[in-house]
Design a protein around this ligand. Structure first.
Ligand code: HAM
Length: 425
């Protein structure tokens, strides 16, 4: 029979990777809690219209990447392609505006986009996101970025630079969009198919084109900064002042517009080297019109999402080394009648003392035990045969020091703990 394989663009995370994913997630929770963020878990299934209204019809996500399907009653549902719109929906639905503002929420969970799979780009991928809803001031923008850098630096990332821009409010965006369209319309025929479509739906998106001819054409285009209202300028100046104050390194990127339609004012990304074409490990920005767009009161918001798959790909080695999973001790019974039972007893005794232990249950031979220990990269083995059993002792073989000694069973846990602590000093 044909073997069934995982769906294209999805991945199985086996033990070695999932251990690292868990460590990163613990670090998320610890850091984000420090800044007063609480976790939100929204459903993976949502009404398709949430993203059509929230993320916008002109975005690639809604235009061509959503997993959309009718359910058995013919309602159009989709697997969420991102979570900001879902968090905004939950904010409106559960009247979170009645809680002290701003509300700070974070999430860790899978997202789905029908993109062409390649390194760092999957159809099911995981995002770590944070949203601050209910505060319009530049302090929230800065505080969020400070938290983000604290989070990344806590994992030993160095020299990261935030790519920062402002896209203005809806009014400035619209005025700029119209000017850009007027400028590009005479050149329509020379634009790529994507850019021609964007010229009609959302000309701002053409700014992040990579095509050299289009880049050259954009040299003479009107600039977004000329269309900003004084409020938007002031907001952006406020964000920059606070980032300077907190020592956050950033570069202003006038062409950074981001691919989702809900952004207003501050937008940002962080790229990492070593990822190839998909080098953006995170992106975010303000979305001051989104809550209203989803039927709520006029409410500002800002947030970001980190691509966890990409983050893990570029995680500094020093962080991985510090969080290596604990290596076990293997308990090997030798020629005993009820060897497996006794090995389990000893392993349980060690676990009670917090020592990661594995019992060799086949009872085949000392060789089988040593082979298992080597496969599991054990720190040592506990050997127990007839003589030891009668004397209430075991033989402990410490692989690091290459010492072998006979120890009382009641002292075993203490001796192993001491040797672990010595080796991690
Ligand atoms: P986004 O830029 O679409 O923004 O996605 C954020 C991050 O998710 C990207 O920088 C990337 O690391 C990761 N990502 C996106 N697509 C894929 C993929 N196919 N495979 C692997 N990783 C991927 C958002 O989703 C916004 N909701 C962010 C936000 C939150 N803005 C405000 N609040």
């Amino acid at each position: 029979m044909n073997q069934i394989r995982n769906v294209k663009g999805t991945r199985d995370l086996l033990e070695d990777s999932s251990a690292l994913w868990n460590v990163v997630e613990q670090h998320v929770r610890a850091t984000f809690n420090l800044y007063g963020f609480g976790e939100i878990r929204t459903p993976i299934l949502e009404d398709t219209s949430l993203f059509v209204r929230g993320v916008g019809e002109s975005s690639d996500i809604v235009g061509k990447e959503m997993y959309t399907f009718p359910d058995r009653k013919g309602r159009s549902l989709c697997l969420r392609p991102e979570s900001t719109a879902a968090v905004a929906r939950a904010y409106v639905q559960h009247r979170l505006q009645d809680q002290p503002q701003p509300v700070r929420l974070y999430y860790i969970g899978p997202q789905f986009r029908y993109e062409r799979p390649q390194k760092g780009r999957y159809r099911q991928f995981q995002q770590i996101g944070a949203e601050v809803i209910g505060d319009a001031g530049p302090e929230s923008d800065a505080e969020l970025l400070v938290m983000l850098l604290r989070f990344l630096e806590g994992m030993d990332f160095e020299g990261l630079v935030v790519r920062l821009n402002t896209v203005g409010d809806i009014e400035s965006r619209n005025r700029f969009g119209a000017a850009l369209r007027d400028y590009l319309e005479p050149h329509r025929a020379s634009l790529s198919e994507d850019s021609q479509r964007r010229l009609d739906t959302n000309p701002l998106r053409i700014l992040d084109t990579k095509a050299p001819a289009e880049r050259a054409l954009l040299e003479g285009a009107p600039e977004l900064s000329e269309f900003l209202t004084s409020d938007c300028r002031e907001h952006f100046a406020g964000v920059r002042r606070l980032l300077d104050r907190f020592g956050v390194r950033y570069e202003i990127e006038p062409d950074l517009v981001r691919g989702l339609d809900y952004y207003t004012r501050t937008v940002f990304e962080i790229a990492a080297t070593g990822l190839g074409a998909q080098d953006s490990i995170l992106g975010g920005g303000r979305y001051d019109g989104l809550i209203e767009q989803l039927g709520g009161a006029e409410t500002p918001g800002i947030g970001f999402a980190i691509g966890q798959d990409r983050l893990i790909d570029v995680l500094p080695q020093s962080f991985k080394d510090r969080h290596q999973r604990q290596r076990p001790v293997v308990v090997v019974p030798i020629g005993l009648e009820q060897g497996a039972d006794i090995a389990l007893d000893i392993a349980e005794q060690l676990r009670t003392a917090g020592i990661h232990s594995v019992a060799e249950l086949s009872g085949k031979s000392m060789k089988a035990g040593m082979r298992l220990a080597s496969k599991l990269e054990a720190i040592g083995v506990v050997l127990i045969g007839e003589d030891e059993l009668a004397a209430g002792t075991v033989t402990y073989k410490n692989f690091a020091s290459r010492e072998q000694s006979s120890v009382d069973r009641k002292d075993l846990a203490q001796i192993i703990t001491t040797s672990i602590n010595r080796s991690t000093d």
